[in-house]
Design a protein around this ligand. Structure first.
Ligand SMILES: C[S@@+](CC[C@H](N)C(=O)[O-])C[C@H]1O[C@@H](n2cnc3c(N)ncnc32)[C@H](O)[C@@H]1O
Length: 523
């Protein structure tokens, strides 16, 4: 690793901000194994695509931005780039960072994002005015929440138990949060008891004029941290908690953009899934049936809802890269409703852009789309659904220098999307205006059907019907099925002699060549 690092020039003073952009994204992707990154949903957005999302959102340098799953900071760097450009490079680091926030659950990603931002702004820092980089190690789903009595509370799932911490909102939102938690860490690590820690913090806390009962509640949080320390957990929890409170206390912003992890519910660590389940259920994001048609909810839908509900300002815009399967599968019905649990709308879909044909995420085959919503309104269908396709001379998987080059090189087709007629949030049908009109008269999912739907073509029983055949006697063949080739493998292996009029050549896609066809199995 050291020899690889030595090959990289960190002399950023001689580089243009453009070239040091997201410097650590590439390094991060090299050093963290691909399998691990994929398990955590860590598939990073190419710069040109992030740029395109900003253009789509019409983000202006005066706007705010939160990326609640910021990874190595691609979207934050794009915002910084635009602010520096708009100001003619004439703003300080504090001005450039004002109103920009990143959150990520992975400490390595947070570190990489912070270093990338620090490198990017290296010539803008002023030693006399220290700034805290607003990138926090926190969980975008289980974030610290503000209570009606002016506190932020947070429950952490530790290996010991679920532990609850709370601090006054005034402290969570102040610039004393990190220095105070740092002091607590030092004192807890030194074995100081809670009363002595409170005494030590006295001068710092006095400026807040907290009444006695508030101070008692702060002391309880310190006692919980001491308890964790006593069980062999070092002061790491202080740093974690400070970040969690800071992230929870981010005020509502005009824009949210990012690429939340596309991880299926069943792939989450079971204890974590159990821990966040009540939270997710309270958000009304899941469909009534968790497993429908073999497809289940994706965690990106939960993060989308949470981000809108907690951090997006009224009429604010959110642009997320999420899997387009959420617009068509049954298990995302709750998501497509975009409603709070009391039935009030949380956001209106403004449009979706589909990038499947471009395969822009390197090394993964998925169905990426850019979802754009506006906070606080109900969706008016149909919504615009834009399908991007490679243009002349471009190919799937191709990367671009900029969003502009991408838009110049690729083509798109615009169709309209709306839920299956007769439903408020059924799977979306995508087509032209005319097709939508025909579909409306063709079916209405709210009426009782004259027909019973059956499953169409299925591969489940290939192991029964795809057989090997040998001539036995004239007019007869000996056939044997192959249980291992279908999806359903619990099938008996059988050998039978049957009339040859019942079997036919089986021509699968790979066996059909330009001018001939070589059949293998029979059917
Ligand atoms: C697909 S990556 C996107 C990173 C970045 N936005 C980009 O596009 O380059 C998803 C990120 O979400 C983070 N993540 C996963 N679960 C999270 C959670 N519950 N809260 C915050 N971040 C999370 C992962 O660590 C990962 O860095």
């Amino acid at each position: 690793m050291i020899s690889r690092l030595s090959g990289i020039s960190f002399d950023v003073t001689r580089k243009a901000p453009e070239s040091i952009r997201d410097l650590f994204k590439g390094m991060y992707e090299v050093f963290v194994p691909r399998e691990l990154r994929h398990a955590l949903g860590e598939i990073y957005t190419p710069d040109w695509l992030a740029e395109h999302a900003f253009d789509t959102l019409a983000w202006q340098p005066r706007n705010e931005l939160l990326d609640p799953t910021c990874g190595t900071g691609t979207f934050l760097l794009e915002a910084l780039k635009r602010r520096l450009r708009a100001s003619g490079n004439g703003i300080s680091a504090a001005e450039a960072l004002s109103g920009l926030y990143g959150i990520d659950l992975n400490p390595l990603a947070v570190l990489a994002a912070k270093v990338s931002v620090a490198v990017f702004l290296s010539r803008k820092f002023d030693p006399a005015n220290a700034v805290v980089l607003p990138i926090y190690l926190a969980d975008a789903i289980n974030s610290a929440t503000e209570t009606n009595d002016g506190f932020f509370t947070h429950e952490l799932q530790t290996e010991v138990a679920v532990m609850r911490f709370e601090i006054p909102s005034a402290l969570a939102r102040s610039d004393r949060l990190f220095p105070i938690f740092d002091r607590i860490r030092v004192l807890v690590t030194a074995g100081t008891d809670a009363t002595a820690i409170m005494r030590d913090l006295g001068p710092d806390l006095s400026g807040f004029h907290f009444p006695g009962d508030v101070l008692t509640r702060i002391q309880r949080t310190i006692e919980a941290l001491i308890d964790l320390h006593g069980r062999g957990w070092d002061g790491i929890w202080c740093a974690i908690l400070a970040d969690r409170f800071a992230a929870g206390a981010i005020r509502r912003v005009t824009h949210i953009a990012g690429n939340p992890p596309w991880v299926k519910w069943s792939h989450l660590p079971p204890a974590y899934a159990e821990f966040i389940k009540p939270l997710c259920q309270s958000m009304n994001v899941f469909s009534e049936d968790r497993y429908v048609g073999g497809i289940e909810s994706d965690i990106s839908t939960v993060i989308t809802f949470k981000a809108i509900m907690k951090w997006l300002a009224p009429s604010g815009k959110l642009g997320f890269f999420i899997t387009a399967t959420v617009f068509s599968n049954e298990s995302s019905q709750g998501f497509r409703r975009f409603e709070d649990d009391d039935g009030s709308p949380i956001a209106a879909v403004l449009g979706v852009q589909d990038f499947k044909a471009l395969a822009p995420f390197e090394g993964v085959s998925n169905h990426p789309s850019l979802l754009v919503v506006e906070q606080g309104r109900r969706t008016e269908y149909p919504v615009l659904y834009k399908l991007w396709i490679p243009g002349p001379g471009t190919a799937p998987g191709q990367q671009f220098e900029s969003a502009e080059e991408f838009r110049r090189s690729c083509r798109f087709k615009e169709v309209l999307a709306r839920p299956v007629p007769g439903t408020d949030s059924g799977p979306w049908l995508k087509g032209t205006n005319e097709q939508q009109r025909v579909w409306e008269t063709l079916f209405d999912a709210s009426l009782e059907s004259h027909y019973r739907a059956r499953k169409g073509i299925t591969t489940d029983l290939n192991g029964v019907f795809f057989v090997r055949a040998r001539a036995e006697r004239p007019g007869l063949v000996r056939i044997q099925n192959e249980p291992e080739i279908g999806r359903n493998r619990e099938i008996a292996r059988t050998e039978l002699v049957i009339e040859d009029t019942h079997i036919f050549p089986l021509n699968t896609r790979t066996r059909i060549k330009c001018v001939c066809c070589r059949s293998g199995r029979r059917v």
